[in-house]
Design a protein around this ligand. Structure first.
Ligand SMILES: [Zn+2]
Length: 502
């Protein structure tokens, strides 16, 4: 459900049970989030879907009040069965500061989770034998930790399965099976991010699955060789990496012919998706998800993202958290994940700007549709050793820096074809200097591996700059042309602008 200028649930009214049975915990909606249930409820129409969401919301809030000390405190002034707008907005920083009070299982403790997350060999392992944990890549400058219960994981699986088995994608899924069914994920594999954790979980659950993950941190020529040897029929990665690999394919170096390509982790503009589909010769599936809620919306052939409104509430709001009209870009988006009870995400400020489709989507899907202006890091083109250009995927660059200095609070800005500035957060100059040396050493090694050894890296005196519109931290970006022009003028005298540290 999407809230535009009205409440996501509309008027209160009697609630027919959309599914057959009550769940074990006694909630009126059955919690068997299987594919059949999703098909059934979606085919039954918008009213049934809205009722299902409403019942799930009530159950989630009741559970949060009973078991989360933090949310009980936050909701003390709300009525017995509040509608979403009656509850306060939550933000990652506030919630993370009181993580142990946020979760609804007292056995879940930050200390135990930190120990799990500190060990790269435990990516995808269960925590307390009943949860899966991942961390966010810190797109808003702070790392988040998200614990998932089995119900949530089943819902995420079912949502993906429903999308992949419907419409035009079904035949491409089948064609992929005929090609051998090998599936490749290219991601940051050494950290506990949602993509790789989910991947490892699927691989453990289905050991016969021909699936392999590839590190985004390896040099592109090596990655190309690995992919050529594996020959995936399905390929999943970030849009920027798809762009880099599409160039490799065009150049004849990458020889893989997937039946289906999946793009996630970054916003994908319609024009960019069309270009990728042309380059790959197969559908490029666009999914909008976040660490807070794995599957928020799914792209259609008309380039809208249809919100999984039976399991996710999406509220497009302005800077004061008031609803914006459909058709207007929001300042931010509030997300409620109806599937996960162990760490409730309720009216959570995700930071993305979304625009709700004011009309029914031409594709015929009745689920509400949005477009997202989310995190959009740039692909950097730097000078190669032979004078040509090397494209660097932003996730690969952020992975290199994060591995080196263990923080997400940095920003890499390309100011010239052979010059990058690194902005590092934190006030202590000595610590920043030490972090810069570690990060720049790692970047130099990475750039050498990519065939771009002459790119200079400098420490910027500026702290990482948050995007004025979205409030998010874009970690990898090209300097806007106007700023670059100004810089080139100011560089005549003196040679080096004084705001740079050395
Ligand atoms: Zn559509």
């Amino acid at each position: 459900m999407v809230a535009g200028d009205h409440d996501p649930f509309g008027a209160r009214r009697p609630l027919p049970l959309p599914v057959a049975s009550a769940d074990a915990a006694g909630h009126p909606v059955a919690w068997w989030p299987g594919v059949w249930q999703l098909w059934w409820s979606r085919a039954a129409g918008a009213n049934v879907l809205r009722d299902a969401a409403r019942l799930r919301f009530d159950a989630l809030v009741a559970h949060a009040r009973r078991h989360s000390p933090l949310l009980r405190e936050l909701y003390c002034n709300a009525g017995a069965t509040p509608i979403p707008r009656e509850l306060p907005v939550t933000r990652k920083r506030d919630l993370m500061e009181r993580f142990d009070d946020w979760v609804t299982d007292a056995a879940v403790r930050r200390s135990g989770i930190d120990a799990l997350l500190a060990d790269p060999s435990r990516v995808g392992q269960r925590y307390l034998d009943r949860y899966v944990v991942w961390q966010s890549s810190g797109t808003s400058g702070d790392c988040g930790i998200f614990v998932q219960d089995d119900r949530a994981l089943e819902v995420y699986d079912a949502l993906i399965a429903v999308q992949m088995s419907a419409g035009r994608l079904a035949s491409h899924c089948f064609a992929g099976l005929i090609k051998g069914g090998r599936a490749a994920l290219i991601a940051a594999t050494a950290e506990h991010f949602a993509s790789i954790v989910s991947w490892q979980r699927a691989c453990r659950a289905m050991p016969r699955l021909a699936a392999r993950s590839f590190s985004i941190a390896v040099p592109v020529p090596e990655l190309v060789a690995q992919l050529n040897a594996f020959g995936p029929a399905y390929l999943a990665t970030y849009p920027a990496m798809l762009q880099v690999l599409a160039d490799e394919r065009r150049a004849g170096r990458l020889r893989v012919y997937p039946s289906l390509v999946w793009a996630g982790g970054e916003a994908l503009a319609p024009s960019a998706r069309a270009a990728l589909e042309h380059a790959w010769g197969c559908p490029v599936v666009n999914e909008y998800g976040a660490s807070e809620c794995m599957s928020i919306a799914f792209g259609c052939a008309d380039d809208w993202l249809h919100v999984n409104g039976d399991w996710v509430l999406v509220e497009a709001v302005d800077a004061d958290y008031r609803p914006v009209r459909p058709g207007e870009p929001s300042h931010t988006v509030l997300v409620t994940n109806l599937a996960n009870h162990v760490q409730p995400i309720i009216r959570y400020d995700l930071g993305d700007s979304v625009t709700v489709n004011p009309e029914r989507c031409r594709c015929g899907n009745p689920l509400p549709a949005i477009r997202v202006e989310g995190r959009r890091d740039d692909v950097l083109e730097v000078r190669a050793a032979d004078g040509g250009a090397v494209a660097l995927a932003p996730f690969a660059l952020t992975d290199v820096v994060e591995q080196a200095i263990h923080t997400h609070r940095f920003q890499l800005v390309q100011v010239e074809v052979d010059r990058l500035l690194l902005r590092i957060g934190g006030g202590d100059p000595r610590e920043r200097g030490a972090a810069f040396r570690l990060a720049s050493d790692a970047l130099v090694r990475y750039l050498e591996g990519q065939g771009a050894p002459s790119v200079a890296i400098e420490l910027d005196v500026l702290a990482p700059q948050f995007d004025a519109k979205s409030g998010k931290l874009r970690q990898v970006l090209r300097e806007p042309k106007a700023v670059a022009r100004e810089r080139s003028r100011s560089r005549v005298v003196p040679r080096r602008p004084s705001r740079y540290a050395h």
